[in-house]
Ligand binder design. Sequence first.
Ligand code: NDP
Ligand code: 2IT
Length: 444
Amino acid sequence: MSLTGQLMEAVIKRNPNEPEFHQAVKEVLESLEPVIERHPEYVQAGILERIVEPERVIMFRVPWVDDNGKVQVNRGFRVQFNSAIGPYKGGIRFHPSVYLGIIKFLGFEQIFKNSLTGLPIGGGKGGSDFDPKGKSDNEIMRFCQSFMAELYRHIGADVDVPAGDIGVGAREIGYMYGMYKKLTGLYEGVLTGKGLTYGGSLARKEATGYGLCYFVDEMIKAKGKSFKGATVISSGSGNVSIYATEKVYQLGGKVVAMSDSNGYIYDPNGVNLDTVKRIKEVERKRISEYVKYHPQATYTEGCSGIWSVKCDIALPNATQNEINKEAAEMLVKNGCWAVGEGANMPSTPEAIEVFLKNKVLFAPAKAANAGGVATSALEMSQNSLRMSWTFEEVDAKLKDIMVNIYKNASSAAKEYGYEDNLVVGANIAGFKKVAEAMMAQGIV
Ligand code: NDP
Ligand code: 2IT
């Protein structure tokens, strides 16, 4: 058995019942086979064995009192995966499906994504199985405060810098920041995605979605195609989906379908983004509300049906494994020619195989959604400088970063004999910088 195959077996044995983590590791290890062949010194130094093991895993109790006076207990996580190239950096997810395996898969992917940005940030991720849906504002605040009452001792502007992810946006970051400041007495850039009045960066809110479109635009331009006149699906209707949709319109495309975990809307005229923003960002309601304002649109129960909508470009922007083999085959059959992953690991390995086999231009998450964390790193820079840059300055830097990630991933793919395979290219390009830093720093 190959070295990476043996290591994969060991990872499964040592991390039982964590299928998402296995899935993420397997893809990376397979991509790295040609690198290992050329670099026996990495094997000698145990780089692979070390990179699949988190530097530190923190699990903690998060007790809080709901509006009825009842005590609730959730579980909190922070996985500090790799700090070879900078302080741990990565989001916090609040969703009932969160358990250690989800946070480990996200933390592992974050190592390579953060490396691809070219900025000095290591990989980490955190979260809780807390379900923010249906909670009052006060309940959200009490939960965030309790979560931070433990987390604060493990993080810091030069140690570990969390941000948002599913279920964590500006409101939650604000409550967590307030608690961190109260407990430590420090006014420092310990979280990103902050509000603009207390150290947040312009364009952070838009960054993941905008960055995704900049990346996809670069990828399709290389093949003589563009967003102009393209029909697009953007699944989800959260932060990433909303700002990806905004950028698709700016680039001349039309988003005809969006979703949430209950179902999807189809609007042949193009989804009205102002309505979606009002429903999701202001009212915090379900996407089904959309058809009340736009009677030409339809709402269908069940979120997976969105992939049956005919499109040129699919942007899975909701969650992991939302596109399986059948969904991928349906997309291909309906003429979809490009996929850009805004969510983390939204396509199953079988789905990716379908896309690559059918020559669908495929932008993998690690590369394509790195604009969010890249702009978080720009927020950290601004906090350290005690300055703030204009929207245009940040957006221009973001665009540059995404174009560079495309260049680096595609040239790594070519160099190792996998031309046009950005999955392999992104994994290799992200890995090499981290591996070199680990080599230089000795066995630690
Ligand atoms: P939000 O919480 O803002 O939105 C998430 C959206 O996805 C909601 O519409 C939600 O629907 C839907 N969704 C969540 N879980 C599921 C599920 N199990 N099945 C179906 N739909 C689901 O999160 P973000 O937009 O921030 O995150 C979306 C994805 O992008 C995630 O994979 C995240 O890891 C990734 N990402 C986020 C970045 C960021 O900067 N925020 C950066 C890079 C990647 P509902 O409201 O019904 O739950
Ligand atoms: O998955 C991700 O890259 C994020 N949720 C953003 C992380 C960050 O630190 O901005």
